[in-house]
Design a protein around this ligand. Sequence first.
Ligand code: MGD
Ligand code: MGD
Ligand code: SF4
Ligand code: MO
Length: 715
Amino acid sequence: MTHSDVPFPSVRSLLPADGVYYRACNLCEAICGLELTVKGGEVVDVRGDTSDPLSKGHICPKGAMLPDLHRDPDRLKRPLRREGSAWVEMEWEDALDYVVERLKAVQAQHGPDAVGVYQGNPSVHNSGTLLSAGGFLKALGTRNFYSATSVDQLPHHRAALEMLGHPLLLPIPDVDRTDFLLMMGANPAASNGSILTAPGLKERLKAIRGRGGRVVLLDPRRTESAAYAEHHFIRPGTDAALLLSLLHVIFAEHLEKPGRLLDFTDGLDALRAAALPYSPEAVARQTGLDAEFIRTLARDFAASPSAVAYGRIGLSTQAFGGLCQWLLNALNIVTGNFDREGGAMLPLPAFDQLMRAKKGERPLHRSASRVRGLPEFDGEFPSAALAEEMDTPGAGQIRAFISVAGNPVLSTPDGARLDKALEGLEFMVSIDPYLNETTRHADVILPPATGLETEHYDVIFHHFAVRNTARLNPAVFPIGPDQRFDWQIFGGLRERLTGARGNDPAARLALGLKHGPYKLELDALKAAPHGLDFGPMKPCLPQRLLNEQGRIQLAPQSFLDDLPRLDAALSAPVPAFVLIGRRQLRSNNSWMHNTPRLMRGTDRCTLMLHPDDAAKLGVEAGEQLNVTSRVGSVTVPAEVTDTLMPGVVSLPHGFGHGRSGTRLSVAQQHPGASYNDLSDPLLLDELTGNAAVSGVPVEVAKVAQRVEVEVLSAD
Ligand SMILES: Nc1nc2c(c(=O)[nH]1)N[C@H]1C(S)=C(S)[C@@H](COP(=O)(O)OP(=O)(O)OC[C@H]3O[C@@H](n4cnc5c(=O)[nH]c(N)nc54)[C@H](O)[C@@H]3O)O[C@H]1N2
Ligand SMILES: Nc1nc2c(c(=O)[nH]1)N[C@H]1C(S)=C(S)[C@@H](COP(=O)(O)OP(=O)(O)OC[C@H]3O[C@@H](n4cnc5c(=O)[nH]c(N)nc54)[C@H](O)[C@@H]3O)O[C@H]1N2
Ligand code: SF4
Ligand SMILES: [Mo]
C-alpha cells in the first residue's frame, strides 16, 4: 500500500532563520507568551513576551527549557519497532501500515473493544493532536477509552455537568478582580495554576493583598504558595466537610445573598438542609481546624465585597472530589459570587468548544466498565480500571493498546500492575516522542514532531483563562524529512482504517474561530504574533447554561446521595500516616526529568514528614524510608520538615525512572520512586470515578531498622 498523497512536509532547511520568534508556551496551563531569539540556527535567548495580553512577560524555568527539549538527543524522530529487546527504525509508511494491520487483526479476532486507548496530558496542550486524533480513535469503534482526566479534573467536569449542563462549563476564579480568594488544595507557586489560566499567578495573588484583599490557603502542607496567603493546615480528604460547614454557618446566620442568581437557580432549600448537620463544632476535629476559625472564615467570605472559592488537584484527586467541586461552586453561588466580577466566572474563548453543544445532553453512565462496573463519563472509563481491564481474562478484555502522549505506568494508580499488564498485550503502539516507562512496552513507537516544531493555538486553556485572549504561533524549527506531525500520523492511521482523507487541524481551527464569538479570521490572528485581547471575563448567565432546565442546579441528587459516604469516612479511624502528592516548579508530571538544566541540584524525590513523626520513627533527614500501601512499597529518602501536618507525608509523582529498557539518559540518573506504585486503584472518588491518589493510607518505616530486625531474627 502506498500513500504518497498524504501531505507530508516539504523538505526545508532544518535551521530557522536568525531573528526573534514569538510563541505561546504549551508546557503548562499558564500558556505564557514567549520571545525566542534565534542566532545561527540555535535559540540563544528565551524570555517572557511582554506584549502578550494575558501573560505580560511571565515565564518560568520550564518555559526556558523548550530549546533543551528540542535538542534532547533522547527525543525520538523516526518510528521504532521492537524486535526482542532491540529497537529498529522503520519507514513511516511501513510503520503506519503495520500498526493498522495489527490493530485490525486484534479487533477481527476479539471484537472492537479489545483495543484500549489512553490519552495523556500533553494531548490537550497540543492543538495538532487535539484537533486531529479524534477521527482515527473514534473510527476504531472501541468503548475502551481512558485518559489523564480521571486522575485529575474529572470531579470539576461532573460538577459542571450536573450544576450548569456541560462538562466544560468550568467556573474560573476571577483572581484579578476579587477581594477574597479561598484557595484549597492548589499550589500555583509550583504549578503555575490549573483550571485557572492566569500566568504569573504569584504576582496576581500579591495584587489581591496589595489592594487590601485576602488570600486564605487550606492545605495539609505549608506550600510555596503559603508565602502569598494566610495558610492553615487541613486534614487530607476533609475539605468537603469544611465546605459544608462554611455553608452551614452562612445559612444559620442568614448570610446568603445569591442576588440575581436566585432568578435562575434551583435547590437552595435542599442545599441548606444538606449543610445543616455540619456545624463547625461537628467538623473541627476531623478537619483539624478550630471551630471559631471556620465560623469566622464563613462570615468573612460572605461579607467580602467579592470573594471566590477555588480548589484544585488536592480537592479533585481525593476520595470526595465530586463533593468538593460541587460545594466550591455552591459556596460561590450562595454568596452571590458567581457569574460576577471578582467571583467565579465563565470565559468565552475565540474558539468556543461549546459552540455546537446541545442543550440537555448528559454524557454519563451510558455504560459501565467490564470488570468493576465503574461508570463511563463523556466517553471514558476511569483510568483506575485500565490495568484490570487488561489483565482480567474474558470477553471484552483489552488485548491491544494505544497510548497517546501519556505515561500511565507512572501516572495512574498501581502503575506497577499496569506495567505488568502491558507486557501481556498482543500489540501496543505509542504515539510519543520518548521511549519511557510506558512506551518501552510498545511494539511500535510513532514519535510526532513536538514543541518548537509545531504550530500552536491553545484550544483548551483559553476556556480556563481569566482573560479572553487568542494566540496562534507558527513553528520555530522546521522538521526534518524523516519526521511527521501528529496530525499526519493520525491522518495516516485513519486513512488506512477507513479510507477517509484530510485531517488538517489548521482548517478545523479556522472554522472554529470564524464561527466563534469574535468571528475571527485565521489571517487576522496570524497577523498578531503576541495574540489578540477580547477583554476580561463577562457575566453570561443564564444564557450560557446548557442543562434542560436552563437554571443552575444547586443541589443535584447524585451529590446529595454521596453525603453518607462522607459521613462514614469522617467517623472512621484516622490511619497513622496518609500520603499526599506535591508538584515541583522544575518538573512536569513524569516527562521533563530528562532535561539536565532542570535536574541540577539534589534529588527531589523525597518523602517529606513532620519532625515529630521523624522522631517517632527514629529517622533523620536523608535516611532511607520504606513506604508501604495496600498495593506496593517504595524506598525513598526522608526530608524532615514542619511544613507538613503530623501524620501526613508527601511524595512528588512522576518519578520512578529506574525501570529498565527506557531511553532517558538524564532521568535515569535521578530515578526516584513512583508515587503511583503506592496509590490504590480501589481508592476512588466513587461519585465520579476519579482516582483518589491523594490521601492514601501508608505505613512508613526506617529501612535500616528493618534490616537490623531481620538480621536479629535470623540469628
Ligand atoms: N500520584 C499522582 N498521580 C498523578 C497526579 C498526581 O498529582 N499525583 N497528577 C495527575 C495529573 S493532574 C495528570 S495531568 C496526569 C498526567 O499523566 P500522563 O499524561 O499519563 O503523564 P505525563 O507524565 O504527563 O506524560 C506525558 C507523555 O506525553 C509525551 N509527550 C510530550 N509531548 C508530547 C507531544 O507533543 N505529543 C505526544 N504525542 N506526546 C508527548 C511524553 O513523552 C510522556 O510520555 O498524572 C496524574 N497522576
Ligand atoms: N511545575 C509543574 N507545574 C505543573 C505540573 C507539574 O507537574 N509541575 N503539572 C500540571 C498539571 S497536569 C496540573 S493538573 C496542575 C495541578 O496544579 P495544582 O493543583 O496547583 O498542583 P499541586 O502542586 O499538585 O497542588 C495540590 C495541592 O493539594 C494539596 N493537597 C493534597 N491533598 C489535599 C487535601 O486532601 N486537601 C487539601 N486542601 N489539599 C490537599 C497538596 O499538598 C498540594 O499542595 O499543575 C500543572 N502544572
Ligand atoms: S508557567 Fe507554564 S506556560 Fe508559562 S513558561 Fe512556565 S511552563 Fe510555560
Ligand atoms: Mo493534570
